[in-house]
Design a protein around this ligand. Structure first.
Ligand SMILES: *[C@@H]1O[C@H](CO)[C@@H](O)[C@H](O)[C@H]1NC(C)=O
Ligand SMILES: *[C@@H]1O[C@H](CO)[C@@H](O)[C@H](O)[C@H]1NC(C)=O
Ligand SMILES: *[C@@H]1O[C@H](CO)[C@@H](O)[C@H](O)[C@H]1NC(C)=O
Ligand SMILES: *[C@@H]1O[C@H](CO)[C@@H](O)[C@H](O)[C@H]1NC(C)=O
Ligand SMILES: *[C@@H]1O[C@H](CO)[C@@H](O)[C@H](O)[C@H]1NC(C)=O
Ligand SMILES: *[C@@H]1O[C@H](CO)[C@@H](O)[C@H](O)[C@H]1NC(C)=O
Length: 370
């Protein structure tokens, strides 16, 4: 009887969670030292600001730990490239727990991107941009997920500047999108320590493709890459040894637009891998950026571009699209040309808009907590 009752209670709480209509997003900034906590109510179709945490850094890139109890960020304001470790015990009052200085093998660089390995040893991988940014760093975490220290400094090649990384889902490989080197690198990840070793690299499909960010599918058979300079999305097959094979690419611009007027930004996979979202930014803040989505087949191949629509503004430095973790049809979009967060759906419509105009900061990227 007692067993049945607790079983029912578990079912009930699972059900309440699945039906929850309020979802929480954390947004970082370029410049102002705040993290914004935003809620999307998908029954009412509204976004609201529920928290503003004053932190000692401008995290232009945020990423979550595997269990979403910690968050890691860059620091756009820091002279010495720095990574910040945040505690998420209270989503509306986020605290800094540690700052890690990095970039030892680079010079004149900023921390630009950070990514958390989703399996033990939960190592965190940091990249740099600007100046001589050919280096990157691997960081260990304490048992509770807080950033501990740098355990590896390594280099790509002269002229490299890596703006993003992605892990193969079996945790075997890390892919690095080297925008200025026009390369995509495969490193092997040591499953015990998280330390990287060299495996292979592949040039962008054309001169000046400019791979910026990437994501893999859950089967680990494809890598999707956004090419910043060419304003394209590329699909690669991943061979068993981590070598990439270029399959195809698709435009993030309408016919006749000039890629040099744009700098494509992000790719993000929906939770059941039905859709791949992508975004593009306009250099000129009086022009619009673009948002797009592609339908994938069950094997992870891009089938069709569903829409390519202008965004509300240029996007500024952001226009960063992030698929929601709870509904394939929903993604968030951030903009720092005037400072706002939006929710878009898979038919290419903007569902909700929230201005966060804090002067020279909001909004960089967004992460979904639930
Ligand atoms: C996490 O662990 C580190 C190292 O033991 C400690 O300094 C820090 O206070 C811990 N954080 C929390 C929130 O318990
Ligand atoms: C890995 O590759 C980089 C770039 O080609 C090179 O500089 C470095 O020495 C290599 N590391 C090892 C351990 O071979
Ligand atoms: C990976 O496998 C492919 C196909 O078997 C082979 O052509 C390539 O040389 C291998 N690369 C490495 C780095 O082992
Ligand atoms: C931006 O676009 C506007 C309107 O098309 C144009 O007047 C302006 O010259 C452009 N600015 C730059 C820096 O290209
Ligand atoms: C997902 O979001 C779309 C767009 O708002 C909505 O039409 C659909 O009902 C949602 N699906 C679920 C399972 O909530
Ligand atoms: C957007 O962020 C960039 C990078 O910090 C900054 O240079 C720019 O002024 C910001 N835009 C606005 C309108 O605040």
């Amino acid at each position: 009887m007692a067993l049945t009752l607790s079983f029912l209670l578990v079912l009930l709480s699972l059900n309440i969670r699945a039906l929850a209509s309020v979802h929480t997003i954390i947004v970082g900034t370029f410049g102002t030292e705040f993290l914004y906590t935003v809620q999307y109510n998908d029954e009412e179709g509204t976004l609201s600001l529920v928290g503003r945490s004053s932190v000692e850094a401008a995290s232009s890139w945020l990423t979550l730990s595997h269990d979403k109890t910690k968050m890691y960020g860059t620091n756009w304001n820091s002279e010495t490239p720095t990574f910040i470790s945040y505690d998420l015990s209270d989503w509306e009052d986020i605290k800094v727990e540690a700052s890690i200085l990095g970039g030892g093998l680079c010079s004149g660089s900023k921390s630009i991107f950070v990514n958390a390995y989703q399996e033990p040893p939960y190592t965190v991988y940091g990249n740099y941009y600007y100046g001589n940014a050919w280096c990157s760093s691997v960081m260990s975490v304490h048992e509770n997920g807080t950033l501990d220290r740098i355990i590896q400094e390594y280099v790509y090649s002269p002229g490299s500047a890596v703006h993003g990384t992605a892990f193969s889902p079996n945790g075997e490989f890390m892919f690095s999108t080297d925008t200025l080197g026009n390369l995509i690198w495969t490193h092997r990840i040591d499953p015990k320590t998280g330390i990287l070793s060299n495996l292979s690299k592949i040039r962008g499909p054309e001169e000046g493709s400019g791979p910026r960010h990437a994501t893999t599918d859950y089967s680990g058979t494809h890598l999707y890459v956004v090419f910043e300079e060419a304003s394209l999305v590329g699909q690669y097959s991943i061979l068993e040894n981590g070598t990439l094979v270029f399959d195809a690419q698709y435009s993030l611009l309408p016919e006749g637009a000039d890629p040099t007027d744009y700098w494509a930004d992000e790719v993000s996979l929906s939770p059941s891998e039905k859709y791949l979202w992508a975004s593009n930014r306009a250099h000129n803040i009086s022009q619009k950026g673009f948002i797009s989505a592609f339908e994938l087949n069950v094997d992870g191949q891009i089938q069709e571009q569903l829409f390519l629509n202008p965004t509300t503004n240029s996007g500024g430095f952001a226009n960063s699209v992030a698929a929601s973790p709870y509904n394939d049809s929903i993604a968030s979009l951030t903009d720092n040309s005037t400072g706002f967060v939006e929710i878009w759906d898979i038919t290419g419509n903007m569902l909700a808009h929230l201005d966060i105009n804090d002067g020279e900061g909001c909004c960089a990227n967004a992460v979904w907590l639930d």
